[in-house]
Design a protein around this ligand. Sequence first.
Ligand code: GDP
Length: 329
Amino acid sequence: MIIPTVPTTDELLDKGFRRARKAASLKRSSKIPGQKKAKVIESTRVQTACQVIRDRLNMIIKRIPDIESLPEFYQDYIDVTVGVDELKKSLGALNWAAGILNQLEADYMARIKRSKPSDAAQLRREAFGRISSVVKRIEGDLDFLDFAKNRLRNMPTVDFDAFTVVIAGFPNVGKSTLLRTLTGAEPEVADYPFTTKGIQIGHLERKWRKIQVIDTPGLLDRPVEDMNNIELQAMVALENIADVILFIFDASETCGYSLESQYSLYLGIRSVFDIPVVTVFNKMDLAENVKYLEEYINKVEDPLMVSAFQGRGVSRIIERLEGLYEEET
Ligand code: GDP
């Protein structure tokens, strides 16, 4: 999501007041009769300041999409990353300020019109004071929107029409190697809350089928019991888009996790996700002398043996995924 540049309160006021002065100086050189001139100049300043600041606030509000109309994945993403309620509250505050500026503009224009020419400057000063205090009231909201802009800059571009495979398994089992081998390209890397390496997205296109493969380092590579609420929510967001989980075991245990703990992660993931799980034993090229491997291979349903490194067995993963794709459509 692209949030437009968000000014600070000082920048906003500075711009409004500077533009007001400029607009007024044009009037100053005009041929308005002397008595009336002071009033015209001051009301132009009030009007321009209110309009410039209000337009800028409205532009920010308008350029941010309605959060409820976004796909659920992005709503969750925004919620985890910056907080949907805070975002709405800040936008509401900008809207409030724009409304007040509207009122101030009408109010002070009318008052200057009725005033004595000698009182016009004083009324304008008063209006500027009130404009400043309205803008200062939304300082925290502008700061928050600027923070949100930076946090949401690199949101993943998820294809919601594609059949989606999410990869799970402990660190170093070969998830990103497999993602690259499966999709044959460098994956797109985007931010994802609580994954320092970011989410990786690759696409696999075979005939008319579009399969999207997502790896989330730091999220589906640890026991669910260890996750905090925000991580769980980030995982729920994934569940909304996933059609299949591709669970990777490191058959060689060279990742540093025993088959036993990998199996318990596998059970954890299975219990959380209510979608088909395709299970792969990777690094078979290194797995000759691993104790109990046979036992674990027999414990899971229809495992596939592969070596992502050598590209062996990868075509069978694709066949399996395509089979599930067809079952679904
Ligand atoms: P991730 O943390 O699960 O994404 O794991 P990586 O894809 O980064 O792989 C971790 C290490 O295992 C890397 O050094 C890979 O080159 C290596 N690796 C991945 N798959 C295989 C495989 O099938 N065989 C062998 N021998 N090494 C592999």
